[in-house]
Design a protein around this ligand. Sequence first.
Ligand code: SF4
Ligand code: SF4
Length: 348
Amino acid sequence: MSVDQLRIIPRKDLPQWLDQMLSSFTVVAPTPQADYTNFKVITSGDQVDLESVNTRMSPKHLFFPKTERLFGFTTDRQQVDLDGQREDIPPRVLFGLRPCDARAVTMLDQVFDTDIFRDTSYVVRRQATTIVTLACNRLAASCFCTRLGSNPADTVGSDVIIVELPDNRLAIQPLTSKGQDLLKTADLPVSATAPDIEAFAQAIHTAQNADSTEPIDPDQLARKLTTIYESDFWDHDHQRCLACGTCTYLCPTCHCFDIADEAKDTTGQRVRNWDSCMFGLFTLHASGHNPRPVQKHRLRQRIMHKFCYTIDRYNQAFCVGCGRCVSRCPVNIDLREILNQLEDYQGG
Ligand code: SF4
Ligand code: SF4
């Protein structure tokens, strides 16, 4: 990582930098909500809470909202009103993402912004956003990003990375032209000394080696999943699954949606809503037939989608090891255990 543009500031000056940012950008950052944090638009730098490792909700709703009007229509005049596709997003900074969430955004890019299919609402939000990531200097009990080939100082998906130095200072490094533009708008002198650069490199090294767990081999896992599709591997965990959908709603990479028309009299709108493969109605056909009639099939689908189909299609598992599904599942279904069991499973 080049350190040409490295800035060093005392941690206590962070609110001041955010206040400065607020004069040119909308800033969305983790803020305290009862006993957890979530991403909210801030109006002052001192509202930001960077102590918790991960927000409860992932930041995916900032690019792919839970519910979104696609267009309106009238049935009497047979007109379509495309208002919902012309959302104007002012330049914004998504501040304080953790590396896992920043990496997850690059996975959503592969779904919503491709040469064949471009979701204009998503692309507008994405282009308007500069992502400032905070490297993790501690891991939550549910974190397992290293199992997925990442690490607590991963820079994939970030425009700027911030690393905490041991002496209550922050090292701020732009990684893209967007990141450089953001730092140009701030009064942050490029003043890193040789010892600062050494401390930065050391902090990155420590974060990258904070967890020595062996990464999964995605190709091997995908191959195994193909061979055990009909096996008894799937007979157990589903029994306690409540089909609540929490795991998929909190996940930064899950992106299934449903499209519905809401109409009254002669006017209506077409909306896109998050959906979940864990719901019984997800694959219910109008005929009444459901190709995934029981929860066993739905849990299998979630694992197959994340660790087999996305490897076939995008060459990577669609899990970043953020641990949200692990820590929030009401019946303690633990994805890390499922991955361990999968690796050990010898049946077929
Ligand atoms: S599957 Fe679980 S651990 Fe993986 S990215 Fe989604 S919520 Fe995070
Ligand atoms: S959070 Fe747990 S109980 Fe709810 S759908 Fe996911 S695996 Fe099932």
